[in-house]
Structures are given as C-alpha cells and as structure tokens.
Ligand binder design. Structure first.
Ligand code: GLU
Length: 418
C-alpha cells in the first residue's frame, strides 16, 4: 500500500500539516503521531458446520488525555491494525473538536459478516468482547457501532461485559437498543449531524440546500439516513451506491423505495427501475453535482481522481475518504471539504449523550437530543469556519487547529508521567 493510501500515514500527515500551521511543540506533534496502546487478539470461533475458524481483532486507544477512549468497532474483511490506529486517531480529534470529555479509540475484526450466520456473528462478538474486556469499560474506553456493526452487536457486547463483571453495565457501549439503555436519535445521529453542518455551510455560502443536487457514496446507516433526510426536504439525489454498484438518475432517485429494498439485505445492482443507470464507483465520485457525500470507506478521493471531482461541497460522512494530496487539489479547485471529524461527528456526539443518560439512569426525549446535537455541532462548525477564513486554510486544517489546540493544552496541563 502506498503511503498516500495507508490511513495511519494519512493521519500522521494531517498532524504534520496542522503542526506546521500552528507552530505546535514538536514533542507534542510526535506524541500525537503515536497511539497509547494497541491490542491484537485471536478470536477462535466454532462455526455452525463444526469447523474452527480463527479471526483477528483489534482495539486501539489513541489518546485518553481528555477522557476515556471512545470509538466504534468495524467488521470488515480488509480491516487491519494501521487502519484501526488511524480511525482511533481521528476519534481523538473528533471528540476534541466537539469539546466532549472523551479520548479516541477504535476496534475492528477482520471478517466478512455477510458470510456468517447470526449465531456465528454472536459467538464472534462475544469472544471478541471477552478478549478485549480488560481495555474497555465505562471509564476506560466505550465502543460503539461502525461499519457492519449495529445495535444487535452492541447488545451482545453489553451483555458479555455485564455477565463477566457481575453487574449490568449499560455504559460500556453506546449505540444500544433503547430497551437496554440506548438513546433515542442515536441511529440517525451521524446523518443528522451531516444535515445540520450542510445547512450551516449553505447559510455562509448563500445557497438554498433544498435546491441543490446530491451524490451519496454508501447506503448504510450514514448514507441512508442523510439521503432520506434530504429526500424528505425535496432535494434531488442524483446517485447513490452500495458495495455492488452505483445507480444514477438525473430526475432524482426514489430514496424511500431504495431504502426498503436494501433493508432486507438486497443489493442495489438487483433493483429494477428502467430509468436508473448502473454506474461504477469512479463514475459516481466524479459525477457532476452540487454536493458530494462520501459515506463509505477511506481513500475514495485521492490524487488520481481529485482533479475530476465536479461539485461545490464535499461532506465527509465516512472517516478518511480524502487523502492529503487530494485535499490540496480540491482546495485549489475552490471545493469546500467539510472534514470527517466535523461532518460525521453527530454519531459520537449522541453516543456521548447516551453515555451520560446511562450513567444518570435518566433518559432524554428526541427533541432534546437533536437540539443539543445541533447546538454542539454548529458551534464547532462556526469556529472551524471562522478559523479557516481568518487563516485562509481549508476546513480540515482549521478543524485540526481547534482539536489539536485543546489536546495540546490538556497534555501540557497533565504533563508526562512519571
Ligand atoms: N463509529 C462512529 C464514528 O466513527 C461513532 C463512534 C462512537 O459513537 O463512539 O464516529
């Protein structure tokens, strides 16, 4: 893998860029380029057919300087330690940007969950939890959903942890079902955050977001939610994609029908509508539109295709979809890139609300969740925008100036042990 496409190299490069911009203490710069701890575990699973398969899992804490670690767990056949380290690093910056009293962590298991039965998936989740049990907990590190993990997986983690500790511990994970300590609004939160940030930026640029055209890469929790919110407001969504294909229709896709289709495990490539054209991932990313929302995986906009991007705004629903080389090209082209640590931070923000609600055993109503989410994310957006204008830098570096600034202050105040 080239350095441009290694997510941890990307994260380190981003730290170098902001360090230079801020004149950051070189000791702190080097410290932020390391993770606090990485745990690699083997997960032996008895498969339904009686064979034994051993999967590899990870949990990484990048920083707990500002609070316990926080970040999702992804199930993917491609996940690896460097990717998890990068994702943990981005979580640190995301939580710091929103000024949440949390650090950054991430986990993953190298598995294709579509190839496992429900019982196998449960055994895998429970064994993975048992293997990482000493590094998670409400005041150590609180996992959450990420790619291919959901509230069912969070229930199994919560149950396994609680059984081992001998007490019900809802605060060990967020993204749980409501019935066992989950929060209303958590499932939609990442999409909702994108929606608020979009409106904030459109206000600055004097655009009416309802009159713009959209392309969304990814149709999972994040892509699906934002596409639905936009569709409900009458916005035109020209293209979306899942792992099977992209689909395009100039007249605007019928998002509710497509959501209903994928809900039962169907692929977009099998959806039948003669008006819809199947397109490749590269065609999707470079489609002409006003707003592009990459909401899938890392490295989708790199130096090879950045010149062909044809939109006004990019909202990063995924973590790490744009490489630093692409960032430079997009900045020159005048495209506004709202970085992942801001655009997709709605998820961890409502995770934080869930965690507080679990600790207090007192649960909020949806209007309070969305009001507080909007307040926190818009505050972070306003500050990011202000700094980008003042320093004439892109929104990513501006967001990092805030996030790294807060972290540097916390590191300085705590000092280095011993
Ligand atoms: N996996 C999500 C993210 O990348 C959410 C993390 C969380 O809620 O802790 O931000």
């Amino acid at each position: 893998m080239t350095t441009e496409l290694n997510p941890f190299d990307v994260a380190k490069k981003q730290i170098d860029i902001v360090a230079k911009e801020m004149g950051l203490d070189p000791n702190i710069r080097e410290y932020l380029k390391r993770v606090e701890r990485s745990l690699i575990v083997s997960i032996p699973i008895m498969m339904d057919d009686g064979s034994l398969k051993i999967f590899e899992g990870y949990r990484v804490h990048h920083s707990t300087v500002r609070g316990p670690g926080k970040g999702g767990i992804r199930y993917s056949p491609d996940v690896n330690l460097d990717e998890v380290k990068a994702l943990a690093t981005w979580m640190t910056f995301k939580c710091s940007l929103l000024n949440l009293p949390l650090g950054g962590a991430k986990g993953g298991v190298r598995v294709n969950p579509r190839k496992l039965s429900e019982r196998e998936l449960e055994r895998l989740t429970r064994r993975y939890t048992a293997e990482i049990i000493n590094v998670i907990g409400p005041d150590i590190d609180i996992p959450a959903p990420d790619i291919a993990t959901d509230k069912k997986v969070m229930s199994w983690i919560m149950d396994t942890y609680s059984m081992q500790k001998g007490r019900s511990t809802p605060g060990v994970v967020t993204g749980k079902p409501i019935e066992i300590g989950g929060s209303v609004g958590r499932e939609q939160a990442t999409g909702m955050g994108i929606y608020f940030v979009l409106q904030g930026l459109c206000e600055k640029l004097n655009f009416n977001y309802k009159e713009l055209s959209y392309v969304v890469q990814g149709f999972g929790n994040v892509g699906g939610t934002i596409a639905e919110l936009l569709y409900n407001d009458g916005c035109k969504i020209l293209a979306i994609s899942d792992i099977s294909t992209g689909i395009f229709y100039e007249g605007g896709l019928d998002i509710p029908k497509l959501l209903e289709w994928v809900k039962y495990g169907n692929y977009l490539k099998d959806y039948k509508d003669d008006r819809y054209k199947l397109i490749t991932n590269d065609e999707l990313i470079t489609s002409k539109c006003d707003i592009l929302i990459p909401a899938a995986i890392e490295n989708q906009i790199a130096k090879d295709n950045a010149n062909n991007i044809d939109c006004k705004i990019i909202l990063e629903g995924a973590n790490g979809p744009t490489t630093p080389k692409a960032d430079k090209i997009l900045f020159k082209k005048g495209i506004h890139v709202v970085p992942d640590i801001l655009a997709n931070s709605g998820g961890v923000c409502v995770s934080y609300f869930e965690y507080i609600q679990d600790i207090h055993s007192y649960f909020w109503k949806l209007d309070r969740i969305n009001k507080e989410l909007k307040r926190i994310i818009i505050e972070a957006f306003e500050e990011t925008y202000r700094i980008s204008q003042k320093r004439k830098i892109n929104l990513r570096t501006a967001a990092y100036v805030i996030a790294v600034g807060r972290l540097a202050k916390a590191i300085e105040l705590r000092g280095f042990f011993p």
